[in-house]
Design a protein around this ligand. Structure first.
Ligand code: CAA
Length: 286
C-alpha cells in the first residue's frame, strides 16, 4: 500500500455516505475519525462498515486480516472539534442543508490547521455558499461520492473559483488511492452527475404516474435497453425519495428549468414516509 496523501482524515456524518467514505479512506491506509452527533449514530455507521467488510470476507473478496486492519484504522467520536483537530483532510457528509454545512465548515476551520483540506460531499448545493465565510478558500473543494461508496468507481471533484490547483492535484491523487476515477466539474447546480441523474429519475416518476408502464418495466427499459446497472425508479428508491426531492426542488429554483419540477406523486410519497429502501417502501417493497 502506498503512503496515503492524507494520513489523518475526519469524516463528519456517519450515515450511509459518511460510513462508506470512512471505509474507503481507511482502506487506502489513512487513519480515520468518524464523527456524528450521538453514540447511536456513530456505532450504526461503524456497524455498516463492519457488515460490508464481513460480506467481502464471505464473498472471498477481502481477507480477515484486511478487514481487521481497516477497522483498526477507524475511530469513532461524537466530538467534532476533537475529530478535526490534527486532520489533514475533513470530509463532510451531513444532511443536505446549506446552513448546516456552512455553519459546520466555519466551526471546523477554527480548529484545523490552515492547510487542512476541507471537502464537502454535497450532491448539488452551491459550494461557494457551503464554504461562504470560511477562511482559506483555496483548500476548499467538493468530493462527491456515490452510493454504495465502496463499490462505485466515480468521484466527482468540484472546484470553486477559489480552489487552488495544488488542492485539486492532491485530492485527485488521493481519489486514485481510494480506488476511484475522479472527474473535475465546475461549481454549478447539480454538478455533472446529479443534474443528469435527477432529470432521468423525475421523468421516470412522471411516466409511472401517468401510467405509461409499470415501475418494473420503466426500469427494465433503461437497464436492458440502455445498459444502466439499475433502472431510475429503483435507483430513486436506493438514494431515497426525500433526498432526490430536495435536490429536484433546489435545481428547479437554481436552474429555473421546468424539467426539474417534482411530480405530485413524489411529494405525496415523501409525505407518506415512502422514502424507498431505507423505509422499506418506495416504488418497490424492500
Ligand atoms: N465487499 C467486496 N466486494 C463486494 C461487496 C463487499 N461487501 N459487495 C459486493 N461486492 C462486489 C461483488 O463481488 C461484485 O464484484 P465483481 O463485479 O468482481 O463480481 C461487485 O461488487 C458488484 O456486486 P454484486 O454483484 O453483489 O451486485 P450488483 O452487480 O447488483 O452491483 C451495484 C451492485 C454496484 C450497487 C449496482 O447495482 C449499481 O451500480 N447500481 C447503481 C448504483 C448507482 O447508480 N449509484 C449512484 C446513486 S446516486 C448517488 O449516490 C449520488 C448521490 O449524491 C446520492
Amino acid at each position: 500500500m502506498t503512503t496515503p496523501t492524507y494520513s489523518t482524515v475526519a469524516v463528519l456524518g456517519a450515515g450511509t455516505m459518511g460510513a462508506g467514505i470512512a471505509q474507503v479512506c481507511a482502506q487506502a491506509g489513512s487513519r480515520v475519525l468518524l464523527q456524528d452527533l450521538t453514540d447511536d449514530f456513530v456505532h450504526k455507521g461503524l456497524g455498516r462498515i463492519r457488515d460490508f467488510l464481513q460480506k467481502g470476507v464471505d464473498k472471498g473478496k477481502t481477507t480477515a486480516e484486511q478487514r481487521d486492519a481497516v477497522l483498526a484504522r477507524i475511530a469513532v467520536t461524537t466530538d467534532r472539534a476533537a475529530a478535526c483537530r490534527g486532520a489533514d483532510l475533513v470530509v463532510e457528509a451531513v444532511p443536505e442543508k446549506l446552513e448546516l454545512k456552512n455553519g459546520l465548515f466555519r466551526e471546523v476551520a477554527a480548529v484545523t490547521s490552515p492547510d487542512c483540506v476541507l471537502a464537502s460531499n454535497t450532491s448539488s448545493l452551491s459550494l461557494a455558499k457551503v464554504f461562504s465565510g470560511v477562511p482559506g478558500q483555496e483548500r476548499c473543494i467538493g468530493m462527491h461520492f456515490f452510493n454504495p461508496v465502496p463499490l462505485m468507481a466515480l468521484l466527482e471533484l468540484v472546484r470553486t473559483e477559489h480552489t487552488s490547483t495544488a488542492t485539486i492535484d492532491a485530492v485527485t491523487a488521493y481519489s486514485k488511492q481510494l480506488g476511484k476515477e475522479p472527474i473535475l466539474v465546475k461549481d454549478s447546480p447539480g454538478f455533472a452527475s446529479s443534474r443528469l441523474g435527477v432529470c432521468l429519475g423525475l421523468e421516470a416518476i412522471r411516466m409511472f404516474e401517468s401510467g405509461v408502464a409499470s415501475a418494473e418495466d420503466i426500469d427494465k427499459a433503461m437497464a436492458l435497453g440502455y445498459g444502466h446497472p439499475m433502472g431510475p425508479l429503483k435507483l430513486t428508491d436506493l438514494v431515497g425519495l426525500d433526498v432526490r426531492l430536495a435536490i429536484a426542488d433546489y435545481l428547479r429554483k437554481e436552474l429555473d428549468h421546468p424539467g426539474f419540477e417534482a411530480p405530485a406523486l413524489m411529494r405525496q410519497m415523501v409525505k407518506d414516509g415512502k422514502l424507498g429502501k431505507k423505509t422499506g417502501q418506495g416504488f418497490y417493497r424492500w
